[in-house]
Design a protein around this ligand. Structure first.
Ligand code: HEC
Length: 122
């Protein structure tokens, strides 16, 4: 009986911790993290990046995006803020000309959703 109560408590705690990081990421970006995860999959970001929670995202050409919420710089050149992340995702070639990350045609709206997902990665 008591162990069942502990189990329920642990599950409730874990799921609220999980939602909290998603809520914070969505508040900071104005995007939808679940939609973002889907977009990351459809744009094939995972062919170059290892991204937790995204199917088949095991690429090694670009840096792994695990723990992205805590990274200080984006591509070693921009402070890691939501606005800078939108800019990087939509126009990496404008930020670092000749970067191995191509402009993929991501819209501003989609960049918000993608950023929301990346900021859930702690
Ligand atoms: C063809 C390979 C390739 C694809 C596809 C690609 N990237 Fe990248 N990405 C890179 C490389 C290489 C870097 C490192 C650039 C640098 O440091 O100059 C990078 C850097 C990044 C960074 C900064 C990471 C850090 O720690 O500095 C983010 C965020 C990122 N990419 C997100 C994405 C997203 C989102 C997509 C899909 C919309 C995507 N990338 C698609 C190659 C790619």
């Amino acid at each position: 009986m008591r162990s069942a109560a502990v189990f329920v408590f642990v599950v409730a705690f874990l799921s609220s911790a999980c939602n909290r990081s998603e809520n914070q990421a969505e508040a900071a970006t104005g995007g939808n993290a679940k939609v973002g995860r889907h977009l990351i999959y459809s744009y094939g970001c995972g062919s170059c990046h290892a991204i937790p929670g995204v199917a088949e995202a095991k690429g090694t050409l670009g840096p792994p995006l695990q723990g992205f919420a805590y990274r200080t710089y984006i591509a070693g050149s921009l402070q890691n803020t939501p606005e800078n992340l939108f800019r990087w995702i939509t126009k990496p070639q404008e930020v670092v000309a000749g970067s191995a990350m191509p402009d993929l045609g991501v819209s501003d709206r989609q960049a918000r959703d993608i950023a929301a997902y990346l900021y859930t990665l702690q």
